[in-house]
Design a protein around this ligand. Structure first.
Ligand code: XMP
Length: 326
């Protein structure tokens, strides 16, 4: 019989045997897999582990706090947060091509993470210790075949491509290698992780950077973050999370249309809602959301987010449309 307690006990033992007294680094993304693998390793080796969280400025509202406050409170993990928003935004200035954005975000992510690794290696060396291991949230389906997203901002693909500087070559600790997603969630719950993290719907590594059609700027991110938070809150309040695989909220930054808001005519941007139902993200159908929920989301976004004067619904399945707009 599958039981999260047994898996935890077994993994904790394995991790201890593998790691010994060496130091370990883990990257937290805000997603389920990195959260659970990090928590398992922390359970096993405590402060020998340091978790690194890169804030690239493309996160959703509250995500940083979820990691920095709720996750740390639940686990007691030693966390280093890298404030890299300025660097990412500077690198993204003027870029509109989706694949170009992904490349830049991936590259900057690796740079930021490598710098953090170097700092931790140096810190360990100063106290006569060695960083020898890197945690990876690899799941069983990833082992069998890497399906789903392209994982741009992903340490795994980076560490697998080789070409790493010698001082940053670590052995991998992969405590989720035999597990499926729902098992990982069960283990996360057993370890007491926040539901907002354990139950989180898929969110792409490049974050809101690929949900702004057009150039990514600080103001546009701010606006999209608000609209996205409203849509998420209303979908959750309506009890629809279980029906929806994910719901990208997209800003058409280069499109303007005329509207009338408050005391006059406006010339604002549309927000697209893209709720989809899916089993594995390879194919998807648009979710038939109740009209009253759509109305609530639309009213709130156009009332609360200045600059947005229209909310539109994407009614395309995949194929032909992808889930994301970029
Ligand atoms: P598409 O848009 O290709 O998305 O239908 C399929 C799934 O992959 C996610 N996605 C990404 N995930 N980096 C990621 O980590 C990416 O660059 C990326 N692009 C898409 C998307 O959210 C959906 O779950």
């Amino acid at each position: 019989d599958w039981n999260p307690d047994n898996v935890i006990a077994e993994q904790v033992e394995r991790i201890r045997a593998q790691v010994g007294s060496a130091r370990v680094i883990s990257a937290l993304s805000g997603g389920v897999d990195s959260a659970v693998s990090t928590a398992l390793v922390h359970e096993a080796v405590g402060d020998q582990l340091t978790a690194v969280f890169v804030d690239h400025g493309l996160l959703r509202k509250g995500e940083r706090e979820q990691v920095q406050q709720d996750y740390v409170a639940a686990t007691g993990v030693r966390l280093v947060t890298i404030d890299a928003a300025d660097t990412f935004l500077a690198a993204l200035a003027g870029v509109t091509d989706p694949e170009e954005k992904r490349k830049i975000i991936g590259r900057e992510f690796i740079r930021a993470f490598e710098q953090a690794e170097r700092d931790l290696v140096a810190e360990a060396a100063a106290s006569g210790e060695k960083v020898q291991f890197l945690v990876q949230g690899t799941l069983y389906p990833d082992v069998v075949e890497s399906g789903g997203g392209t994982g741009t901002a992903n340490i795994k693909s980076h560490h697998n491509v080789g070409g790493l500087p010698e001082d940053l070559q670590f052995e991998l600790v992969e405590p989720l290698r035999t597990l499926f997603k729902d098992e990982v969630r069960a283990i996360g719950r057993e370890l007491g992780l926040p539901e907002a993290i354990v139950g989180r719907q898929p969110f792409p590594g490049p974050g809101l950077g690929i949900r702004i059609v057009g150039e990514v700027t600080r103001d546009r991110l701010e606006l999209l973050r608000e609209a996205d938070a409203i849509a998420r809150a209303e979908l959750t309040a309506a009890g629809l999370d279980g029906e929806i695989w994910q719901c990208p909220v997209v800003l058409l930054a280069d499109v303007r249309s005329v509207g009338v808001q408050g005391d006059g005519r406006t010339y604002g941007h549309p927000i697209v809602l893209r709720p989809v139902s899916s089993e594995d993200a390879m194919t998807a159908d648009w979710t038939r959301l109740p009209y009253d929920v759509l109305a609530k989301i639309s009213n709130r976004i156009t009332n609360e987010v200045r600059e947005v004067n229209r909310v539109v619904l994407d009614v395309t399945s995949k194929p032909p449309g992808t889930i994301e707009w970029e």
